[in-house]
Ligand binder design. Sequence first.
Ligand code: NAD
Length: 405
Amino acid sequence: MSRFDVAAQKLNLDDGLYQFLRYPRREVTVYIPVFMDTGRLQVFTGYRVQHNISRGPSKGGIRFAPDVTLDEVKALAAWMTWKCAVVNIPFGGAKGGVICDPEHMSSGELERLTRRYTAELYDFLGPEKDVPAPDINTNEQIMAWVMDTYSMHARQTVTGVITGKPVELGGSAGRREATGRGLVFVICEACGKFKLAPADTQVVVQGFGNVGSTTASLLHEEGFKVVAVSDVRGGIHNLEGLDIPRVSDYYRRNRTLDGFPGADQVTNQELLELPCDILVPAATENQITSKNANNLKARILAEGANGPTTAKADLILEEKGIFVIPDILANAGGVTVSYFEWVQDRQGYFWKESVVNERLGDYMTSGFQEVVRYSEAHKVNMRTAAYMLAIDRVARGTRLRGIYA
Ligand code: NAD
């Protein structure tokens, strides 16, 4: 919200519109009764927050986690509004969550929880209303259960009610790699801007999950020198560049990067401070803080994770002249291909992966170029520019519709 406030001030947003955009449109709390495998009945608390629908139906993931709070879901819903607006896809923002501990639940318990949560929210969801997606601890199978439950109530198959589905059920080709691929598009644009040739560009990637490993692999394919990667236990480093296909193979077999031949071990803290041209935090939030921002040596920070940099660290990065590709732009590839999935479901016509990837490239590169233009025109950093562009788009849509009149 502090970033929203900075951008809103720079835009001179009037007070009424400021308040309209600061608060969500709707917060729904549901209490979900589930028979556990033991026969005991347990009631779980679930949320769905719809932040804004000025530009289209709301969109955002559903997370299952013990520490879900309504405040967090509200913040993430607003974040989705800005993310969709920055890459100019016709969605507002939403987010959902259920307080539960999926690690200690059986597949049957998770299915019953998912189905009841969906049934309780039936009136608020729909391809034209609010379209959820996977988030922490929710996957393609859970999306399939949501789609099926919604369809049972609608009495017809409605694939467009949710994205991140299995491809057999209306999912999109290329969705799994979309966030990493989107990151690579904006990184390549940034390299063009700074005249960095891939072969001479050293990249460090934190996190080797979906986003981090896809980004590392695609950058390696593009000829970049990926010199370090890590997972939650630590990382590996080789100044000459890692052979990423071999690293991925090793990681698949051993479930750890430890002991990868021909590389030095580094901790996650050391990894962030390694000399490199591009640093890609693609693990989790709050990794770059006022404590370590001064030690970063990268020229470009491409935020794959959501919220990897704290607001205090932003100021230090700006002083150091590090070019930041902010999360709401850099990792918007996932939601962009979710948008393509929704379009394909509504068309009933599915695109080849090459078409998905090409269109993803169009959205990501124009998003990047527009944020750069905004940043130069308003003399603000890339993060503030991304928020200003997004808020401006949503505010304009709101004014045009007359909700605000
Ligand atoms: P993931 O669970 O597949 O991978 C996370 C990786 O980060 C793992 O390698 C894990 O070991 C590592 N990690 C976790 N905690 C860490 C820590 N404290 N220090 C270092 N490494 C740590 O998750 P993902 O889908 O790749 O998502 C990564 C980030 O990207 C998250 O912030 C997520 O919100 C964001 N994101 C993901 C998508 C998507 O489509 N998957 C889209 C937008 C944003």
